[in-house]
Design a protein. Structure first.
Length: 363
């Protein structure tokens, strides 16, 4: 069965049960406790009162509150409710007269040996007014709460749609940024080493397969992301000379976790962009560790004078977008820092993610 229809049936059933309980407690239970034989006209009248209260509830819920109260026409809403309350007593009196109920009830009470004073027709029926006010209050409260919940759900859906669109846009920017640099590297390699360039193309195709098929769900196992990073590093090493030392320490993943794909690559890519020299010794060190629920990335690269401006303007398309993805995907569950260490003349990027969602753990 359609889930929407299912919910509609449940709502209708819930309304029926509530009205049955209300009718029994307020309209039928007390008369049955009088221990007298009441005429059937009395039960007709009580049923008529129940129908009026149901009509007031749904008229208020579907018309008066949406068309008046929710459109800031408070005076009009109050006047309509007052008119309904004032009209209740004459309608009940008319129902009593048409059924000849006062005299029938008097006979029933006298037959039962009970003396019961009856309300004069020119007096307001306080009980009916209080019940009407209660029904109006409940109807107004339920309608306003439902409207608030619907608005909240709509806002959440719009936020999810906006975030999903933004993440897709950011991811689309990061991936071409990576491939643009990598293809340039392979192009340069074809001029000096054809065999290694073939190996590089094979690794790149494997990486593309990962991006095309394994990351579309928006999450990926950490083990696959680590393999992707290893392929990338091997690819980059093919174009480096002996003056650059690259090291990578990955986590020993016992229980795999899911993370956002392509989250670490821009920081590693930036290290190669700014931390490599063709003549001076340089070091690129990547450390990725997982302890308990904390995933930690540390990227260290040597700084050269010609690249010193990155300390003051650490950015670029890939990096700024990755930080934006962190804000969207891991709000209040990540820390990020990027700084220059003067003593070692190194630039250090430090990122931590708190993975505390059980659904992110792979089975």
């Amino acid at each position: 069965m359609n889930p929407v229809k299912n919910r509609a049936y449940i709502t209708i059933l819930l309304h029926l049960l509530v009205w049955m309980l209300f009718a029994f407690i307020l309209l039928f239970y007390q008369p049955m406790s009088w221990n007298i034989s009441l005429p059937y006209q009395f039960w007709i009248k009580q049923s008529g009162v129940l129908i009026m209260l149901v009509a007031v509830f749904y008229l208020n819920s579907n018309i008066f509150v949406p068309q008046l109260l929710m459109k800031n026409n408070n005076l009009g809403f109050i006047l309509v409710i007052l008119a309904i309350i004032i009209a209740i007593s004459p309608v009940v009196n008319l129902l009593d007269d048409s059924l000849r109920l006062p005299e029938l009830l008097e006979k029933a009470f006298n037959a039962g040996g009970i003396v019961r004073p009856f309300r004069k027709k020119d007096r307001l029926d306080i009980f009916q007014i209080m019940m009407t006010l209660m029904i109006v209050g409940i109807s107004t409260s339920v309608t306003l709460i439902q409207k608030w919940q619907a608005d909240k759900q709509l806002r959440e859906e719009l936020d999810k749609e906006r975030i999903g669109s933004e993440l897709s846009f950011l991811k689309a920017q990061i991936n071409p940024h990576f491939f643009f640099n990598t293809l340039n590297n392979i192009y340069a390699l074809t001029h000096v080493d054809v065999e290694n360039s073939r190996r590089a193309l094979h690794k790149l195709s494997r990486m593309m397969r990962y991006l095309l098929y394994d990351t579309q769900a928006g999450i990926t196992p950490l083990s696959k992301e680590v393999s992707f990073i290893v392929d990338y590093l091997e690819l980059m090493k093919l174009r480096l000379n002996d003056t650059t030392k690259v090291s990578f320490e990955g986590p020993l993943v016992g229980q795999d976790i899911n993370i956002a794909p392509m989250l670490f690559l821009p920081y590693i890519e930036n290290a190669f962009k700014h931390g490599v020299s063709s003549v001076e010794p340089s070091v690129i060190r990547i450390e990725l560790s997982l302890e308990a629920k904390v995933l930690e990335l540390k990227v260290v690269n040597t700084i050269f004078n010609e690249n010193a401006e990155i300390v003051d303007s650490y950015g670029g398309i890939g990096l700024s977008n990755t930080k934006r993805r962190l804000d969207l995907l891991y709000p209040d569950k990540h820390t990020f820092s990027a700084m220059k260490v003067e003593e070692s003349n190194e630039f250090v990027v430090h990122l931590t993610l708190v993975i505390d969602d059980p659904e992110l753990y792979s089975r």
